[in-house]
Design a protein around this ligand. Structure first.
Ligand SMILES: CC(C)(COP(=O)(O)OP(=O)(O)OC[C@H]1O[C@@H](n2cnc3c(N)ncnc32)[C@H](O)[C@@H]1OP(=O)(O)O)[C@@H](O)C(=O)NCCC(=O)NCCS
Length: 176
C-alpha cells in the first residue's frame, strides 16, 4: 500500500473511483492485513491507539491484534478478545449473547487520521470475517460516525441498543 490508497499511482487513483473501478478493486485486494505479534509490532499498535484514542485499550493473552502497514508504518489496527462473553457475565443480556456464542469481540479499531476513507477499517473487518465465524462489536458516542457505515457494509447487524451504545453482530453465512 502506498500513500494513496489503492494504486500507488496518484493519476490512476484520482481517476479510479469514477473511471476505472476495476483498477480500484484490483488494488484494494493488495491491502494486506497481518497479525501483530512481535514486541515491535505491539508497540506500534499501542502508539497508533494512543494517537487515535489518547491511550491504548486493554490487552491480555486473550487479545489478538491485526494491522495494515504503509511501508514500515503501521496505519491501521484492530484488536479482538477471544473471551467475548466475559464482559457480559453480570449483564441481563448475557443469555442472549451466550446464545449467539461469539468467537471474538472487536475491542478496538484505529486508523491513522491521514489514512482514513481508504477502506482500511473495512479490510480489517473483512479479514476478521475470514478468520472467525461469529463476531460482535460495539459503537457509541465516542466512535467515529463512519464506523456505522463500515459495520453495515460488512454485513454486521444491530443486536442490542443501550442509549447511544450499539452492539453489532455478524455470523458467517451458511455454506461458506
Ligand atoms: C472508524 C474508523 C476506524 C474508520 O476507518 P476508515 O479506514 O476510514 O474506514 P473505511 O475507509 O473502511 O470506511 C469508511 C466508510 O464510512 C464512510 N464515512 C466517512 N465519514 C463518514 C461519516 N462522517 N458518517 C458516515 N459515514 C462516513 C466512508 O464514505 C466509507 O464508506 P464507503 O466505503 O461506503 O464510501 C476511523 O475513522 C477511526 O480510526 N476513527 C477513530 C477511532 C474509532 O472511532 N474507531 C471505531 C471504534 S468502534
Amino acid at each position: 500500500m502506498g500513500d494513496v490508497p489503492v494504486s500507488d499511482n496518484p493519476l490512476l487513483d484520482a481517476a479510479c473511483a469514477v473511471l476505472l473501478p476495476q483498477h480500484c478493486k484490483q488494488a484494494s485486494a493488495a491491502i494486506k492485513v497481518v497479525p501483530l505479534t512481535s514486541s515491535r509490532q505491539r508497540a506500534q499498535s499501542s502508539a497508533l491507539e494512543t494517537k487515535v484514542w489518547k491511550g491504548p485499550t486493554k490487552t491480555s493473552k486473550h487479545h489478538k491484534t491485526f494491522g495494515i502497514y504503509d511501508g514500515r508504518k503501521l496505519v491501521a489496527m484492530t484488536r479482538v478478545t477471544t473471551t467475548p462473553l466475559k464482559a457480559w457475565e453480570s449483564d441481563e443480556a448475557y443469555d442472549m449473547m451466550a446464545k449467539f456464542d461469539p468467537e471474538v469481540a472487536i475491542t478496538a479499531t484505529a486508523v491513522h487520521p491521514d489514512h482514513r476513507g481508504k477502506g482500511l477499517a473495512t479490510e480489517l473487518k473483512k479479514h476478521l470475517q475470514g478468520r472467525y465465524a461469529r463476531i460482535i462489536t460495539g459503537s457509541g458516542r465516542k466512535s467515529h460516525p463512519s464506523v456505522v457505515r463500515v459495520n453495515e457494509k460488512t454485513g454486521f447487524e444491530k443486536a442490542l441498543q443501550r442509549k447511544s451504545f450499539t452492539i453489532w453482530k455478524w455470523e458467517q453465512p451458511e455454506g461458506r
